[in-house]
Design a protein. Sequence first.
Lengths: 313, 347, 332
Amino acid sequence: MTAPAAPGSPPGLLRRIFDSDLWYSFTRSWITMGSGICVLLLVVGALGAPVLAPHDTFDPATLKLMDAFTPPVWVEGGNPTYLIGTDNQGRDMLSTIMFGMRISLLVGFAAVLFSLVLGVGLGLVAGYLGGTIDALIMRVADIKLAFPAILIALLVDGVSRAALPRDMHDQLALYVVVFAIGVSNWVSYARTVRGTVMVERGKDYVQAARVIGIHPAVIMVRHVLPNVMGPVLVIATLGLALAILTEATLSFLGVGVPPTQPSLGTLIRNGNDYLFSGEWWIAIFPGLTLVVLALSVNLLGDWLRDALNPKLR
Amino acid sequence: MSETAARPLVEVQDLARYFDVSKPLLNRLLEGGKRQILRAVDGVSFDIPRGRTFALVGESGCGKSTVARCVVGLYPLSRGKMIFEGVDIASMRTREAMRPFRRRLQMIFQDPYASLNPRWRVRDIIAEPIRAHAILSGREAIDARVDELLTQVKLNPRDGEKYPHEFSGGQRQRISIARALASNPEFLVCDEPTSALDVSVQAQILNLMKDLQRDLGLTYLFISHNLAVVHHMSDEVGVMYLGRLVERAPSKELFRFPRHPYTQMLLDTIPDIDMTGRQRQPVAGEVPNPIDPPPGCPFNPRCAFANDRCRTEVPVAKRAGEALVACHGIEEGRVPVIERVPAPVAA
Amino acid sequence: MPNHLLEVDRLKVVFPTRRGTLVAVDDVSFHIDQGEVLGVVGESGAGKSLTGAAIIGLLEPPGRIAGGEIRLDGRRIDNLPYSQLRRIRGKEIGAVFQDPLTSLNPLYTIGKQLTETIETHTDMTPTKARERAVQLLKDVGIPAAEKRIESYPHQFSGGMRQRVVIALALCANPRIVIADEPTTALDVSIQAQIIALLKRLCQEHGTAVMLVTHDMGVIAETADRVAVMYAGRVAEIGPVRDVIKHPKHPYTIGLMGAIPAIGHGTERLTQIEGAMPRLTDIPRGCAFNPRCPKVFDRCRSERPDLLATETSLASCWLYDDQRAPAREAAHV
């Protein structure tokens, strides 16, 4: 891939990206560009939190209770060390948000990956095998759709709390949340993949592979799967925003990630207590971050959906 | 040797393919209605000698594409035999048993835009049969073979690095042909290979197919709705109507003395490009719904010569001159047979 | 100056894209007289459908007319505001498209669609309009028209649907009908019926037809004159018999040889090497020059205009009188 391109061979990956229609449509709209930059900044901030954050909020030694409830720097009483103020325990808000975003993004990505694998797998099986198995999977999907995602997540969380000993539950809480959100979102993947597989399966290039004598499982993986990944990518992007919001909601309700690993939702919940006593920044800034994150990811998803849709091109 | 030379390479005997088009069981139980069976192909027989072209012609929905797909094994047969070099390959139940034959019969599809995986490089598309059947091993040997195939279909070996969308329809159909040839098949099933192409490109592909047949000794089953193309390509022609073969004759005979009233009608529909000013018989009616075909001869509602026997009794194919015709009228001699086209002028 | 019914004068249709402006129809001129059938034939990408769409004002954006004039009865119609264009469309210009299903609204009975169109373009009373609708359906050969008028489009077969579309196009007695591939989606036996119908109706009503198709056979049977298009330009235009029997432009010659026909031998077909250029790289000079067996220097640099031959007009330098000596040289 890095070797110099031989004459006649296709141009390098970077060139292909910047030359592609996808990149072109990306640069066409300032909204898409803006949300792309927002997502990039937020992800870099989150991933680089241990290095970039001005304070290490997980080190109790650095906490100064005296600095609790410091307002943002532009408000009277603000302190330049804490750019957007501190919370009730004197933790730097900017740093807690950066660390909180890590958890939110981690849960979001993991949940999306989980539902993607589950949904794509079930969708492939249903679409390719058809018949009774297809009917079975799709009826389960219908039943699933009758339950709101949050209810399923609450249910999973409740069951795991009852079934697992307390300290073990705290240890596993992150996985439980990922599982809960993942399980509640797989249906859209399964439906899309099933539909696409049924269309692709009838196409002549799949028939051609059958005539050649390729094994059905190989046809699925090598021919059909790559052609269903476009729509899956779109759903995954839109699903990421949804997963992050669901996680925030669960954490806000206190059934999400453990308090020792605060996510954006936990931070908002924490700030909620002080919202009406004047310390608005403790809730507002995590909230704003969540809104910008979810909105940017959603806008990117919308762009991807339009850009990959041949009918709109 | 002499035995295989005498025996046709491909023998299709009483081939039938039914589709269950009824509503799902649950809906049938709730809403009523009975099972509906679509007899897409019902008792079609023909054989193709090695190195020859047999064409199936008919309007859309007549079952000609279904025959093609049955012959290459994409659809299981509901009845009948598909004998390849003396072996009934339709009766094979396992993929393993079928494997040695897979290599030897290949297919070219109608739509050059749908028959190539858009995400694969042309080189990989053409190499797929070579890898699947382990005909060659080693990247270099396979690459060399793909280059050879690309040259054979008059493309540039460098085109192998490109993706299908970079090619025009005619070039894609060449890629399709190269892929079909990759496993050195003896028998090619061509399902409307040029009907999605422009005429000048169609001429290129038809010429290429004729050249390949001559050079490689290929046997073709050629499916088309275009009578002029069929006339140009085939040695023998079968005319299909509503899942049945109504007439089968050597190409020259069929175009000169069309016997079955449906064949006569089809020939009447060809636009008069030579502007001879010949009068065409007005064509009446449309193809009936194949789920609910008329009793007796399927063509009877549109046939000017139909009588009570035609409306009740299904005709079987009987020899008439050089042709096999399934028509009571021809058998009884009440359908006039008129010579149509003057014999091709010798060049 | 003879006044033609429809005149298309140096029409140019362009598509702005990210990789530059594509010229899809380039300097196309022709005319159609009262009651005449002009066939416009060409392979895909030749610009024949876009020419038709430009005349009815149905170019899909971002495509637009970038030059030239379209005149109906001497009056320009290519620059009319939408409201006026709509009045002309349907009333004076009818349209028949390839896919009859998309031309009909699936939610209304065909009777409603017919009477509505009649009432929009004429001042008939509803009762009169309905009578005319039934008459039209009878004209296009729909059996039991009084009954079938209450049916929905999906209750008709493909061939019957195309008949209804033709009836719809003829509702307001238009002066000209633009028929874009009217038989392509139909089976061969139905094709012949529809061609015969179009021909008969236009003779009866004195309607002119611009018949856009890729099928030379259809043109041979139906048209009075034919325009052969190639890469957005008219390659040859003339009386149909002359163009088919004695084509002059090398492209038309190749095209005619490429068509397999019954009654001819089954030896190799004439083959035009290569493919129609993409709109992104139309060659300089004559667009056909890279594929032309008779190409000479001038073809690669200068674009030919339509030049008179013994029978038709062909845009080919072979027929430029000043070049006559060079033409001899090119043959040697």
